[in-house]
Write a protein that binds this ligand. Structure first.
Ligand SMILES: [Fe+2]
Length: 327
């Protein structure tokens, strides 16, 4: 594949700084839902992206981009949404996600610092009475946890192969039915080739761009697989984005917050202190969840209603995920 010489596993690895306290020992493991759920309720897949890991991550903490990059001019059939991001309906609503994203393109974004990183909440005012609430998370430094559908979340890491190649590694976690792994795998193998999980669409074939499709069906003209859209968005910035030439805007609030976390962590490393959010053996097991939801809520009560929706879903899950603290 152009842009990748040989086996990605043989590319020179990045030289990361060694953690001052955990050198030689594996760091403690947080009890995220994707690690707590049984095998029957999870499914894992990965894919290569030809760019630096940080820009590959940052598309996942920008809640506004989905209204444009993943815009579909017509709503699909909800019955065919299984296993696909943004194709189902929100919790407590008949409105397809494609409709909500397309028609309400300017979310209000709230960012909170948490024990694991950031909680990023996107609020779309549907009308005076109703607000669409989408709660996503950054697990610092390189993962996000986001809702995929009413029953499933995606926890996705961005693992550097070297400075200019990254594997996204995702665990899909169901809070309801067991995951149909065969279907999930077959869907993804339409877009990725084994054994190296290389994307079939990329710079080498213009990401499948079709101007007729762009005129009539999708914003990008690059097909319906949102991973292709995201891959184009992050690779087209250049293998390592030149951040001296960017202008962060209000919709980049979470990205700016993440940069602050990174700068603080790097300063701590340089001073020989444990970086912020690098948890110790006692604190790490307290990191559970985190909460994700995509729901419609009464505008006046959105803050309590999304938490209730999360509790309801967790309470009904057959594998008894731990209750989350109501903060
Ligand atoms: Fe995206």
């Amino acid at each position: 594949m152009p842009g990748l010489q040989g086996n990605p596993g043989r590319v020179r690895p990045s030289r990361g700084a060694r953690h001052p306290r955990h050198s030689g020992a594996a760091p403690p493991f947080p009890a995220l839902d994707c690690f707590t759920a049984p095998d029957s309720h999870t499914f894992a897949f990965k894919g290569l992206i030809s760019c630096n890991w940080l820009q590959a991550l940052e598309v996942g903490i920008d809640p506004a981009h989905a209204s444009f990059l993943h815009r579909f001019f017509e709503d699909g059939d909800a019955a065919e949404a299984y296993g696909k991001q943004f194709r189902a309906t929100s919790d407590g609503s008949d409105l397809p996600m494609t409709y909500v994203l397309r028609e309400y393109a300017r979310p209000r974004i709230e960012v909170e610092n948490t024990e694991y990183g950031l909680r990023v909440t996107a609020l779309r005012t549907i009308n005076e009475a109703t607000t669409h609430v989408r709660v996503t998370n950054l697990v610092f430094p390189q993962a996000f946890v986001i809702p995929m559908s009413a029953e499933m979340t995606i926890t996705q890491w961005h693992m550097p192969v070297d400075d200019t190649h990254t594997y996204w590694v995702a665990i899909f976690t169901s809070f309801a039915r067991p995951v149909d792994r065969a279907q999930m795998r077959a869907q993804r193998l339409e877009s990725y080739s084994l054994p190296d999980y290389l994307p079939k669409l990329g710079r080498h074939n213009d990401y499948g761009f079709d101007p007729d499709e762009q005129a009539t069906e999708t914003y990008t003209g690059m097909g319906e697989d949102i991973n292709v859209h995201d891959q184009w968005a992050v690779e087209s910035q250049g293998a390592i984005q030149d951040r001296t030439r960017e202008n962060l805007a209000s919709s980049d609030k979470a990205i700016a917050a993440n940069r602050r976390l990174l700068l603080r962590a790097m300063a701590a490393m340089e001073e020989g202190r444990a970086p912020a959010l690098m948890q110790d053996a006692e604190a790490t097991p307290r990191i559970i969840g985190p909460a994700t939801i995509d729901t419609m809520a009464p505008t006046a009560e959105w803050e309590s209603r999304w938490r209730e929706a999360v509790s309801r879903r967790r309470g009904a899950a057959p594998w008894a995920p731990p209750a989350l603290a109501a903060e």
